[in-house]
Design a protein around this ligand. Structure first.
Ligand code: FES
Length: 155
């Protein structure tokens, strides 16, 4: 065997070793990527749904209107031209509240829970204020924006 042949062989071996090394690094990279994808939580953009809840001109200042969205009661209230929207479900045990215009309050008949027009608890057993929705106003229309969820109720 000549020196030239030895060099050719060693070059062959060199490329063989490095091609195996390259494949090994690629395989480890793919493996680590799959491990990372398996253990990391899914990052999905939140999506929202917009529901029309009423016309501004239909609700006088200091008054509320009850509507149902997907069978759930919701109250739209006009507080000096600023519109707020609350769930009609009491935060105590889930009874349906009602708006009492003459007393300027939301009232839950089940256990006499009282909420002020901004949804805060005034008296009774409710532990937290009424659930408030994000409101969008477009011209004369009032909408609420609700995050889409795969499961469960939105009120
Ligand atoms: S359910 Fe409303 S006060 Fe109890």
């Amino acid at each position: 065997m000549t020196i030239d042949n030895k060099e050719k062989l060693s070059r062959k071996e060199f490329f063989k070793k490095f091609s195996f090394l390259g494949l090994g690094i690629l395989a480890v990279g793919i493996f680590l990527k799959n491990i990372f994808l398996f253990i990391s939580p899914e990052k999905k953009e939140k999506t929202y749904h917009k529901y029309l809840v009423g016309k501004k001109s239909e609700i006088q200042s200091g008054n509320a209107k009850e509507i149902a969205i997907q069978g759930k009661p919701v109250f739209v209230i006009n507080l000096d031209g600023k519109f707020k929207v609350f769930s009609g479900v009491c935060t105590h045990l889930g009874c349906i509240i009602k708006w009492e215009e003459n007393k300027n309050r939301f009232f839950c008949p089940c256990h006499q829970g009282v909420f002020d027009p901004s949804g805060k608890v005034v008296s009774g057993p409710p532990p937290t204020p009424l659930t408030e929705f994000d409101v969008l106003e477009e011209g004369n229309l009032v909408y609420i924006q609700v995050e889409d969820k795969k499961k469960g109720s939105w009120t």
